[in-house]
Design a binder for this molecule. Sequence first.
Ligand code: C5P
Length: 414
Amino acid sequence: MIQPTLDAPTLDAPTLAGKHVLLGLSGGIACYKTAELTRLLVKAGATVQVVMTAAAEQFITAVTMQALSSRPVVTSQWDAREPNNMAHINLSRAADVMLVAPASADFIAKLVQGRADDLLSLTALARPTQTCPLLVAPAMNREMWAHPATQRNVAQLLADGAHLLGPGNGSQACGETGDGRMLEASELLEELIAFFQPKWLAGHKVLVTAGPTFEPIDPVRGITNHSSGKMGFAIARAAREAGAEVTLVAGPVHLTTPRGVRRIDVQTAQQMFDAVLPLAPAHAVFVATAAVADWRPAQVLEHKIKKDHKPGASTAPPMISMTENPDILAAVAALSPGPYCVGFAAESRDLLKHAREKLLRKKIPLIAANLGPATFGRDDNTLLLVDAHSERELPTNDKLSLARELIREIASRL
Ligand code: C5P
């Protein structure tokens, strides 16, 4: 039975509302990214308390960080503004999470050794580990990152319970290219939001299809369906946020891959089928969000079909004979053992009737139905969850919030 949701998020709910983030900056050129991160965190509803080391103040001023966070920045363990003169205790007791970004090689070494000779390392050491977890976003030159000393320190940091965000790979401020870049502000925000999501699917593998398929007629033309891929990408992101290992098989869309998600790009329904079927048995959940073309041209022509412009030539359009594509969802649902299968139904009317028919035809336990024309390309949607016995509407919301609710529903059924 589908149970009513108790805490459905509202449209555009600030994702980090009520969260208190203790944001520590150590010395690194990536401090400029942390300025942007502060803006994003505040916009997402978080309270941001900035702590800076003396080295960080060489790269960006406390004035900038105060203006962006709307709170005085703390830089010294001797800060006389604290009534009890214990900034390290007060700061770490108030926070839901401590994020050090950028975390320099030197600062990571200090964390590992439990040193406490500046306010930021002192606060990290004094923090209650159960209520104030530590997230670390390294930022350094690639040789410093690859050095055995840093790698040893990072392994120890993880063993001590810290979470690592990044580092990224690419061109570095020093002119070299490799591992060690701090993640971009938007990536750190995505990671922080994911960190706070309940881990409904920890330890599970989830396979998702998304986007349209494109069935070529000739080298320049083809047949496709309406689908931006946004709903499927949101489901992949929500599954990863919930702790799952996620593979996303995507038709031709121009969307950024959600962080931590493995993406396989395909074009045609047959390619999607060939990618999905061998992977499906190893997954606990399969969510078929893709708008797969039901038919494809029986033959793909090698050259473009040309209009005949000769006087008196036939004006009849070319006949294209079609053949049926394999039904990916039905094929996965027939696997034994196979994953828990969730289908999508994009209809233009009679949502419930069509959804029930599809549930029976594809032999799947759950389907999410939506009115196609009302949601194509949009950031919001309304879903009707239909199982064999009942139905429940997930009211209009942004696609990520709906995806999180769907993931929670799926997890409760595993
Ligand atoms: O059969 P219909 O297209 O109406 O069903 C929609 C559902 O089936 C969606 O979940 C879609 O991803 C899936 N599907 C599929 N393979 C097809 C056609 C649809 O996996 N060839």
